[in-house]
Design a binder for this molecule. Structure first.
Ligand code: C2O
Ligand code: CU
Length: 483
């Protein structure tokens, strides 16, 4: 058949429309409203239960520590945007708290009431503070648009929580977090038992990449702390970056005493193996300073904490990797994970499409993209099981707010070591974890990838409690953008 020119042109237009019309529809359908509540997002997944719509609703911002309780530890933190200098003299453009990054170390004893007043001096996007790993009351979680509005320039917000969990934690902004955390709006938080930790030397090794340079406690290169031969040392490694960090020790055998703030049960001595610290995660290493006088804790190959006096060369990164699934000895977890009230799937994938009108290759949760991601819904007291399967081509350090979960299985292999409680869990491509937790902290909680640019690219879902409502909105006048 021979077509006239005109007919050919019309056919071409029709073909273009046939292709573009659905694309335009998908583009249009992906556009997010100017403001929305996370509770209106996607699927309300009741994990095999029927929801209880009759439950009366408490707003998430009412879930606080009573106002009339006196604080034991009071801290004021002022957030500022600006340039600061690393120990090497290198200048960084980022964010400070009280003029420094990392911000000040907050230390509390178990049971103390911590009160932190956050002021925003000049950060135009607004700021918040999230207490990473601390299961704070629902209103204190610092997730902009979820548990509070972002704190604007000249404004302030008061965080109050009881330091119930002993361990190593950190705090960071949860407003435009992929940019503000990268820029240094963060700091360490340590909660010790009332009687002390039993260590002679108790130090932080908080790692952060500023402009791609690895630092320890804000110094690039090495940081030295004093210790004597025979001293017991606890080094609290905090990984504030977006990827897993290999840590190994030269000069002494060590034990991994705690992961994500929870002490391990019966941890054995380790030598010549790497400990992998998940992005957002913490590992406490304990060792004794030998007669030689010095121990070197390598935070990847580019930064180190030197403990004691004298020199010690960095060894090459060992090939062996400590597997927490089988490290330490078993102990009761305190609930029956085999008898779960709710079961959820968190399947991570990736596909081309539009996210808020932007074309890209975006992360998916159970096959769907933001805002059609699951809202995992629980009732207070539920035993919850969650399967996290990653089939997305990249690793994801998954972080659930407000709770600690215990690892049951990885790729079908049961955990046999110490109970392995996590708030930040590295899930590699092709891996599948089964975790469990007790829903004992009412609120609306983010559950996202702590490779924060991934969260900004849609790898985020939420856990909410029946009977808790959402007064806050993503977007809106406060410009809330938690990721
Ligand atoms: Cu450390 Cu939702 O974050
Ligand atoms: Cu990720």
């Amino acid at each position: 058949m021979r077509l006239s020119r005109r007919a050919k042109a019309l056919t071409a237009v029709a073909a273009a429309v046939a292709v573009l019309a659905p694309v335009a529809w998908f583009w249009q359908a992906s556009l997010l409203p100017e403001s929305y509540s996370v509770t209106d997002m996607g699927d309300h997944d009741h994990g095999g239960h029927t929801g209880d719509p009759s439950a009366s609703t408490v707003p998430v911002d009412a879930l606080t520590v009573p106002d009339d309780l006196e604080a034991d530890v009071k801290v004021e933190l002022t957030a500022e945007h600006g340039r600061f200098t690393l120990a090497s003299g290198r200048e960084v453009d980022g964010y400070t708290l009280n003029g420094a990054s990392p911000g000040p170390e907050i230390r509390a004893e178990q049971g103390q009431l911590v009160e932190v007043v956050l002021e925003n001096s000049d950060v135009r996007d607004g700021v918040t503070l999230h207490w990473h790993g601390v299961d704070v009351p629902g209103a204190m979680d610092g997730a902009a648009g979820v548990t509070q509005d972002a704190v604007g320039v000249g404004e302030s917000f008061v965080y109050r929580f009881v330091a119930e969990q002993v361990g190593t934690f950190w705090y960071h902004s949860h407003q435009v977090s992929h940019e503000q955390v990268l820029g240094g709006l963060l700091g360490p938080l340590v909660i010790t038992p009332a009687g002390g930790t039993g260590a002679d030397v108790d130090v932080l090794a908080l790692s952060h990449l500023y402009d791609g340079r690895r630092t320890v406690n804000g110094r690039d290169g090495e940081h030295r702390v004093a210790a004597e031969p025979g001293d017991t040392v606890r080094v609290r490694v905090v990984n504030t970056d977006f990827g897993v960090m290999p840590v190994w020790v030269d000069g002494a055998p060590f034990r991994v005493a705690a992961v994500d703030g929870t002490d391990l049960h019966g941890p054995e001595g380790v030598e010549g193996a790497v400990v992998e610290v998940t992005a957002g995660g913490r590992n406490d290493l304990v060792f004794t300073v030998p007669e030689s006088g010095v121990v070197r804790v390598n935070l990847s190959a580019s930064a180190a904490l030197l403990v004691g006096e004298g020199d010690i060369e960095a060894s090459a990164q060992p090939d062996d990797v400590l597997d927490p699934l089988h490290y330490g000895t078993a102990a009761p977890i305190g609930f029956d994970a085999a008898d779960a009230d709710r079961e959820f799937e968190f399947g991570i994938g990736r596909r081309p499409g539009f996210l808020d009108g932007k074309p890209g290759f975006w992360w998916t949760v159970n096959g769907a993209m933001v805002p059609d991601v699951p809202m995992f819904t629980v009732a207070y007291g539920d035993v919850v099981r969650m399967r996290i399967a990653n089939d997305s081509g990249e690793a994801h350090p998954m972080h659930l707010h407000g709770h600690h979960a215990v690892v049951l299985y990885r790729d079908g292999v049961a955990a046999t070591g110490s109970p392995w409680w996590v708030d930040s869990l590295e899930v590699r491509d092709g891996e599948e974890y089964e975790i469990a937790f007790v829903a004992d902290n009412p609120g609306i909680w983010m559950d996202h990838c702590h490779n924060l640019p991934h969260a900004a690219e849609g790898l985020v879902a939420h856990l909410s409690y029946e009977g808790v409502g959402e007064p806050f909105r993503i977007g809106g006048p406060a410009g809330n953008r938690p990721e």
